[in-house]
Design a protein around this ligand. Structure first.
Ligand SMILES: NC(=O)c1ccc[n+]([C@@H]2O[C@H](COP(=O)([O-])OP(=O)(O)OC[C@H]3O[C@@H](n4cnc5c(N)ncnc54)[C@H](O)[C@@H]3O)[C@@H](O)[C@H]2O)c1
Length: 379
């Protein structure tokens, strides 16, 4: 007889189905190595690709239809890595089917869908976590540790950028507006202070080529947003671009404190800079090496914070991208299930981070008018 969810919970193993096997495939060996997870099933629409990955990772239960995942009584939670337009409805259907949800970013592309997910989480008591890589990157964990130990002093200002040239990526990106994929810049500035955004003001700048404008309905090449953090006097500046702006890929955040400030390197692969107040001018800035935080993880998944090319399991580069965050995300969600607590970020935090981008685009369309974040994201 199949054990019930509660029986399995006491056995501390949760059955996960991975949905979407592009980026999602990078998480498969991590789940297979985590002591509290059992990688029960995989799902993608293309059957040949599904079988290729199922064979490579030794996963027998394979679904081409998402509905089949949801009607499988053995699945405790889904980890959704489908294209952006599918995140919201897939999360909603999973919660309705009684499954916990881990979903890649963003939570949704409308305020209404974010609200529906938060309502379902509140009604069902199920867990929802947006798998935001930046707040489990080694840079974020390093800054959070420095901040909590008082080394930065009082935070005065933060800024974050995410320029990425999306030419050559799946074509649904052409229908996106820059600020609808903004959680990589929103999350570090709010996450560091554990704050919520209260309101935003955003300007659109420049223009994309005609075909991108027609598909996305947005002419701006860059969206540049200021946000105000609720119950705080700290503001932050964020900017995003997807097309037609020359810049190497970067997901950066800078933090300015009274004692120390951190600035992300301008060129990928170079060391970041730490500034210390009141030193002789030539000594204020120093290049630093960011430590790894694998020691926070169960021994069996520590290796996934580093770049590993596992030739036996296709050529996925594990963990090296996204600041070594992937095993930390898996561990946080499984720990939340195991300890029966909210994961971080939980549903309303994920909604606040996601709605910053949605409200920012609305503001840009109104010439920079202030737009308040919806109340349900502030609780
Ligand atoms: N740093 C990050 O957080 C980060 C990085 C990369 C990608 N992502 C996110 O991951 C998601 C996937 O990105 P990608 O580059 O792998 O995209 P992709 O389009 O290459 O892959 C999407 C996968 O989802 C599957 N899929 C689509 N519709 C489905 C359905 N109805 N049922 C089952 N499976 C379905 C596809 O078969 C494919 O395997 C995107 O939303 C992207 O935003 C996040």
């Amino acid at each position: 007889m199949t054990p019930s969810l509660s029986e399995r919970s006491s056995g501390k193993q949760f059955q996960v189905a991975m949905v979407g096997l592009g980026f999602g495939a990078e998480f498969l060996p991590i789940y297979q190595s985590h002591p509290n997870a059992s990688l029960a099933a995989i799902c993608r629409r293309n059957e040949a690709e599904l079988n290729r990955i199922g064979d490579a990772f030794g996963i027998n239960r394979r679904y081409t239809k998402y509905e089949e995942v949801l009607s499988d009584p053995e699945i405790d939670f889904v980890h959704i890595n489908s294209p952006i337009g599918d995140h919201a409805w897939m999360s909603i259907e999973a919660l309705k089917a009684g499954k916990h949800v881990m979903c890649t970013v963003p939570m949704a592309t409308s305020v209404e869908d974010c609200q529906r997910i938060c309502e379902l989480v509140a009604e069902t008591g199920l867990k929802y976590m947006m798998a935001e890589t930046v707040v489990y990157s080694r840079e974020f964990l390093f800054l959070k540790e420095m901040y909590e130990q008082g080394e930065l002093g009082k935070i005065q200002y933060m800024q974050a950028s995410h320029p990425q040239d999306m030419d050559g990526w799946p074509d649904y990106w052409e229908r996106m507006v820059p600020m609808h994929y903004a959680t990589h810049v929103v999350s570090p500035v709010l996450g560091l202070l554990n704050g919520r955004a209260e309101y935003v003001s955003c300007l659109g700048s420049g223009e994309v080529r005609d075909d991108i404008r027609e598909k996305s309905g947005c002419s701006f090449a860059v969206e540049s947003c200021h946000l105000k953090i609720a119950e705080s006097n700290v503001a932050a500046h964020l900017w995003r671009t997807l097309y037609d702006t020359a810049r190497q890929y970067r997901e950066s955040f800078d933090v300015y404190g009274t004692k120390k400030s951190f600035e992300w390197t301008l060129v990928e692969g170079e060391e970041h800079v730490l500034h210390t107040a009141k030193k002789p001018e030539p000594e204020i800035a120093e290049r630093i090496t960011i430590p790894d935080y694998a020691h926070l993880l169960p021994e069996s998944i520590r290796k996934f914070t580093q770049s590993i090319e596992d030739a036996g399991h296709l050529s996925f580069i594990q963990g090296g991208g996204h600041g070594g965050s992937h095993p930390h995300l898996v561990h946080e969600f499984l720990s939340a299930l195991h300890e029966d607590r909210d994961p971080w970020p939980n549903a309303t935090t994920s909604a606040n981070w996601t709605c910053v981008g949605i409200c920012a685009h609305e503001s840009a369309q109104k010439g920079g008018e202030i737009v308040q974040l919806p109340q349900f994201t502030l609780v």
